[in-house]
Design a protein around this ligand. Structure first.
Ligand SMILES: Cc1ncc(COP(=O)(O)OP(=O)(O)O)c(N)n1
Ligand SMILES: Cc1nc(C(=O)O)sc1CCOP(=O)(O)O
Ligand SMILES: [Mg+2]
Length: 370
């Protein structure tokens, strides 16, 4: 029997390849390369526009541009020449999900996926005729993964920086509805704190809350439990003085996720900063039934934090609409609240009240410092 494969010398490195119907397969491969070079470049352009106009981040935008330009160098004339859009059987294939985009985050997610898939295709098919292209696309794919993870980190820390009110949950009967009401009021940082439920309930609740928070563009953190935070892909974890060390949590969660630490004294504060916490809780400002038995650290400690903290810090413990003014006067800019929102009759209005007071103090201090 004759060999249905033919040997030919099409590779640019001079090595021989064995192909079925070489002319046809080369044409088909070039079409695949053409389509995927376009796909990757288009996806990068969509991401680049957000980095430039949405985030105002020249560094990320320039990463995208550089990747697009590198891809353009591989888009040679003979690859472009194989384009035959009218006879492309794939142009009419659409999926209903392609027609819907509910948020910028989703647009970015979809386009990162698209770019990564296209680069993988370019890597595999590119290797057949242009081995260096295969290698270049592999490296570009890793750079795109890094860019995606840096963007996620940037977004998380930007939201943290801009969050002045922190809602810490209590296990109330209408937990989900209450958190949603607070999200409607504008809270952008939520911690799931639940000392009572079993793990399965915690897992389901954490999943639901995470989805809800992300729907509203808010960050979702889990109290105490690194494992649960990882399981639901939360934005981070909050650790007390007797929870796992920050270094261990960092090892498990990586640098992209937020780690918060409770502090009750100047020493705790300095140590948390040194150990790499991304933010700290400062309290209890007042004694509180939510943390029964823990003595108040008082407004003195708030004053100390105002003078010494170099990372975002949230005054916590017994804060409500009555005493908020005193806490802010002691130098706080950010507060974390449990009961005053979770048990409020109108959590949306209460949230709006806290946010408006925190905004007001920010504006006053900005004007004063000018
Ligand atoms: C924002 C914030 N600050 C402090 C705490 C308290 O954490 P911890 O001391 O670990 O106590 P529990 O919340 O686990 O009882 C917090 N949860 N959030
Ligand atoms: C969970 C927690 N941690 C504190 C700390 O000082 O570390 S105070 C506190 C409870 C805050 O609840 P409320 O707003 O209901 O007083
Ligand atoms: Mg704890």
């Amino acid at each position: 029997m004759g060999d249905s494969y033919s040997q030919h010398n099409d590779r640019h490195d001079g090595r021989q390849s064995r192909e079925l119907h070489p002319a046809f397969s080369k044409f088909a491969v070039y079409r695949i390369l053409d389509a995927n070079l376009d796909r990757a470049r288009e996806g990068l352009r969509i991401i680049e526009e957000w980095c430039r106009f949405g985030l105002n981040n020249a560094h990320f935008a320039s990463d995208c541009k550089q990747l697009r330009q590198e891809l353009a160098q591989w888009h040679r004339d003979d690859i472009r020449a194989t384009r035959d859009t009218p006879n492309d059987s794939g142009t009419d294939l659409t999926h209903p999900q392609e027609e819907q985009r509910s948020s910028v985050a989703q647009v970015l997610r979809v386009n990162f996926c698209r770019v990564q898939e296209a680069l993988r295709v370019l890597e595999e098919y590119g290797k057949l005729y242009f081995p260096e292209m295969g290698t270049a696309c592999k490296h570009m794919r890793y750079r795109v993964y890094t860019l995606e993870s840096n963007l996620e980190h940037h977004k998380r820390f930007q939201v943290l920086q801009q969050s002045y009110l922190y809602l810490v949950t209590a296990p109330v009967v209408n937990l989900i509805e209450t958190v949603e009401a607070a999200l409607q009021g504008g809270v952008t940082l939520v911690q799931y704190r639940d000392k009572e439920s079993d793990d399965l309930t915690r897992l389901h609740t954490a999943q639901t809350l995470k989805q809800l928070c992300h729907q509203y563009g808010a960050l979702f953190l889990v109290n105490d439990r690194v494992d649960l935070a990882l399981a639901v892909n939360a934005d981070g974890v909050h650790l007390g003085q007797h929870d796992v060390p920050i270094a261990l949590a960092r090892q498990l969660l990586g640098s992209q996720r937020i780690i918060g630490r409770s502090t009750h004294s100047p020493d705790d504060l300095q140590r948390a900063i040194q150990e790499g916490a991304d933010y700290v809780g400062v309290g209890p400002v007042y004694e509180t039934p939510t943390k029964a038995g823990r003595p108040a650290a008082g407004v003195e400690y708030v004053r100390y934090a105002a003078d010494h903290a170099t990372i975002p810090w949230f005054a916590i413990g017994g804060i409500d609409s009555e005493n908020l003014h005193d806490v802010l006067s002691a130098g706080a800019e950010r507060v974390a609240i449990v009961r005053a929102i979770m048990l409020a009759e109108q959590p949306t209005l209460t949230t709006q009240f806290f946010i408006s007071q925190l905004d007001r103090i920010q504006t006053l201090r900005r004007v004063k410092s000018q």
